[in-house]
Design a protein around this ligand. Structure first.
Ligand SMILES: *Cc1c(COP(=O)(O)O)cnc(C)c1O
Length: 344
């Protein structure tokens, strides 16, 4: 079959920023080293593009959520550097873990039993210190099933690291109390935001995700963390809309005067959700407001500030994550992971 022409939307990645973000988080992790959460396809930005950058920067600890995510990561890094956060819930997952050499993060007594009965081997262990999501309770640590595990990384996960909450210190205390109770090689508590809570939270290994990809979960990161993802799209058409005519579904925008508008090749199927209504695109330093509702594959913009733009010209969607989160009421995590797979 003929090769398809290039897409009319692209996700430009600033690889130098990704590299700099990992290095900055590694430096902020003090005596600990930084790993990388690369689940959900590097938070939507693509394993193919991000993994080589992270590896070259010096990262050697990678965390995915699902077993289905392992293969893509193993194309870039050795299996001993990969952990699966969801662990092993049945023999099929345990057998895949053994076949690939990737470590499961054991998240419950049930998982410890599944892992041990299938032959066991190196694993990580998640202790629940208050998030009540995954992980064994501190009083389960003494269980022989846990004591007999071969644990590489003992970890827990913070619920409120992006806030100045008393919960952080409580979770730290619970984690520290667990550390002497079971043999392990390394300890890991902090996600991106947790790195900014100071060296008590660093342990041996930190697990940033969001901030690698340009997220700013706490003000301490605002000066250091750089934007990584830049969505851009071509204009499919420009048109003149007469005064009094409406634009888009449900006719929510009516032109107050004759307008020149552009139809951008980007929509909610690409992750640019309807909560972007009221925001603007940009062409250089020109602001091009969004008119009416976001469609599945298209967004109409006001070209008053750039009347010379024509079909095929490219515009960008400002995607500085803290600003975009305020604009759309989506979280910075959602803004990254929602990005679709039609981007070139
Ligand atoms: C996703 C995840 C991380 C990364 O968190 P960020 O807030 O994105 O830095 C770290 N640890 C665990 C267990 C996670 O699930």
């Amino acid at each position: 079959m003929a090769e398809a022409p290039p897409p009319t939307l692209r996700l430009r990645l600033d690889e130098a920023a990704l590299d700099a973000n990992w290095r900055a988080l590694d430096a902020m992790s003090g005596r600990a080293r930084a790993g990388a959460a690369v689940k959900a396809g590097c938070y939507g930005l693509g394993v193919e593009r991000c993994l080589p950058v992270l590896r070259k920067a010096g990262c050697r600890d990678f965390f995915v959520a699902h077993w289905s995510e392992v293969e893509a990561v193993l194309a870039h890094v050795p299996s001993a550097q990969v952990s699966v956060l969801h662990g092993v819930i049945d023999a099929a997952q345990a057998s895949y873990a053994h076949a690939t050499g990737v470590r499961p993060v054991i998240d419950s007594l049930h998982q410890a039993r599944v892992w041990t009965e299938s032959g066991g081997g190196r694993c990580d262990l998640m202790i629940d210190t208050g998030i009540n999501r995954l992980g064994i309770a501190p009083d389960e640590i003494a269980d022989p099933l846990i004591q007999s595990l071969d644990i590489e990384v003992l970890m827990s996960h913070l619920a409120c690291a992006d806030e100045d909450s008393a919960m952080n210190a409580r979770q730290l205390a619970a984690f520290r109390a667990a550390i002497p109770l079971v043999a392990h090689r390394e300890a890991s508590l902090a996600n991106s935001a947790g790195i900014a809570l100071g060296r008590d939270y660093h342990g041996d290994l930190t697990r940033p995700g969001l901030a690698l990809y340009g997220g700013v979960p706490r003000p301490e990161f605002a000066e250091t963390i750089r934007q990584v993802a830049y969505p851009e799209a071509a204009l499919l058409q420009v048109r003149d809309v007469p005064a009094g005519a409406s634009v888009g579904y449900n006719a929510t925008f009516t032109a107050p005067a004759p307008m020149r508008v552009g139809v951008v090749s980007l929509g909610y199927a690409d992750g640019i959700l309807r909560s972007w209504a009221g925001a603007h695109f940009a062409h250089g330093d020109r602001r091009l407001p969004i008119l009416g509702k976001v469609s599945m594959d298209m967004i109409v913009i006001d070209l008053a500030q750039s009347p010379d733009l024509a079909a095929g010209d490219w515009v960008s969607l400002p995607y500085h994550l803290p600003n975009a989160a305020r604009q759309t009421a989506l979280s910075q995590y959602e803004l990254l992971t929602v990005l679709g797979d039609r981007f070139g």
